[in-house]
Ligand binder design. Structure first.
Ligand code: NAD
Ligand code: MG
Length: 407
């Protein structure tokens, strides 16, 4: 059998590296067609030496030139492209069978959409692209021969607990989807202490090792909010079909409740190589390198209701999907600006939800008729978020109670 060519968008990230780990276990089944990164050229060069892809893409043109020089000097034949055009080109190249969409944030939208429109098997890790452009994304999927397989561990779990294909939850006898979340590092922290949380504390997730943006999202539980929206689109669900359940051990990755009283769960050690291997080989099962779950060692599994007063981002996300139109786009954009500001020390942890809510309350809703409408909503929300950020910082400078907004 000839190996299936795979394009890994965001190959230097946490999901990208896990994907390459799984691919390396199955060289007869999969080959690496393209690898991409924003700027970490040294890591990308290392991956090129090991996997010898046909293409490598670096977002930045100068850094792409640097990588090109390096690879040529070593006699590698990998062709180096740059920019969003380069990303879209490799994601939709005729040779490619599978695209792993693992760029973080809104930047993943165009290449992921390009892969969908080109009819690829798309493994979706980049939840932000679905959240910001859900209706457009799902319409593109319906119009093409593409298949979309969820990599987010919860959605992959739900997918595994549903019949395949599943076009309608009610017809399949589904009563509701139970979306689990660990509650992040601050599940039991004193709410009064949260304004002092540092980026490193927020990124120190108890169960998962992930990129910094999603780690902060997990700490605010915006990650669960984005996943709530993601689940509505992926599974054609209404917000009322989905219940968030906090499960601190991250062993049950989500569940589906059926009309007959059955509750199906997918379990496993918290390691993204399981959903990656599942989606890659679906409907076959392949080795992922993840050890079997030892339930006796795990000992106990706890479940509790989320505390929305501690985690307002969850409420904001639910309100956004209920409002519809561009509300999820605005939510996502404001969150990206807020998280970046927090990571840069320009916003306290508790300011993330405050900023998002202010942006949600002061932007217009648009119909997401096309990509231009999505980009407009995204741009306007980011501009508004920057204004709110300045307002928040200005207010604080005049506040005699504290001299450092992030201290
Ligand atoms: P990461 O920060 O570790 O990696 C992000 C990758 O995207 C890197 O390769 C980076 O070079 C690339 N990238 C960043 N900005 C870019 C831009 N503007 N243009 C082009 N490339 C860019 O992130 P991650 O943790 O691997 O997460 C990737 C995606 O998967 C996110 O959407 C995240 O929500 C989702 N996800 C991650 C996990 C996890 O365990 N890490 C779990 C579920 C879902
Ligand atoms: Mg997840």
């Amino acid at each position: 059998m000839t190996p299936q060519p795979v394009c890994v968008l965001g190959s230097t990230g946490s999901i990208g590296v896990s994907t390459l780990d799984v691919l390396a276990r199955h060289p007869k089944e999969y080959s690496v067609f393209a690898l991409t990164a924003r700027e970490r050229v040294a890591e990308l060069a290392q991956q090129c030496r090991r996997f010898k892809p046909r293409f490598a893409v670096v977002l930045d043109t100068d850094k792409a030139a640097q990588l090109r020089k390096e690879l040529v000097a070593e006699g590698l034949t990998t062709e180096v492209l740059s920019g969003v055009e380069g990303l879209c080109q490799v994601a939709s190249a005729p040779e490619v069978a599978v695209v792993m969409a693992a760029i973080v944030g809104a930047a993943g939208l165009k290449p992921t959409l390009a892969a969908v429109r080109a009819g690829k098997k798309v493994l979706l890790a980049n939840k932000e692209s679905l959240v910001m452009a859900g209706p457009l994304f799902m319409a593109a999927l319906a119009e093409s021969d593409a298949s979309l397989l969820p990599i987010d561990s919860e959605h992959n779990a739900i997918f595994q607990c549903l019949p395949y294909p599943c076009h309608n939850l009610a017809d399949a006898g589904v009563e509701r989807i139970l979306l689990t979340g660990s509650g992040g590092p601050f599940r039991t922290a004193d709410p009064q202490s949260l304004h002092r949380v540092t980026p490193d504390e927020a990124c120190n997730h108890p169960n998962w090792s992930m990129g910094r943006k999603i780690s902060v999202d997990s700490a605010t539980m915006m990650n669960k909010g984005l996943e709530f929206i993601e689940a509505c689109y992926l599974f054609h669900a209404q917000p009322s079909d989905i219940q968030v359940v906090v499960h601190p051990q991250s062993i049950v990755h989500s569940m589906v409740q059926y009309r007959d009283g059955s509750l199906l769960a997918q379990m496993g050690n918290p390691d993204m190589r399981t959903p990656i291997a599942h989606a890659l080989a679906f409907p076959r099962r392949i080795d992922s390198g993840v050890s079997a779950l030892d339930l006796i060692r795990a000992g106990r599994l706890d479940f509790e209701a989320p505390d929305e007063s501690r985690f307002p981002c969850l409420r904001l996300a639910r309100e956004a999907i209920e409002q519809g139109g561009s509300a999820p786009t605005v939510l996502n954009a404001a969150n990206e600006v807020a998280v970046e500001a927090f990571l840069q020390g320009a916003l306290p942890f508790t300011g993330i939800a405050v900023l998002i809510e202010k942006v949600m309350d002061s932007t217009d809703r648009l119909e997401l008729v096309d990509l231009e409408a999505v980009e407009l909503a995204d741009r306007e929300a980011r501009a508004r978020a920057q204004e709110v950020l300045s307002e928040l910082n200005g207010v604080h400078e005049n506040d005699a109670g504290g001299n450092s907004y992030h201290g």
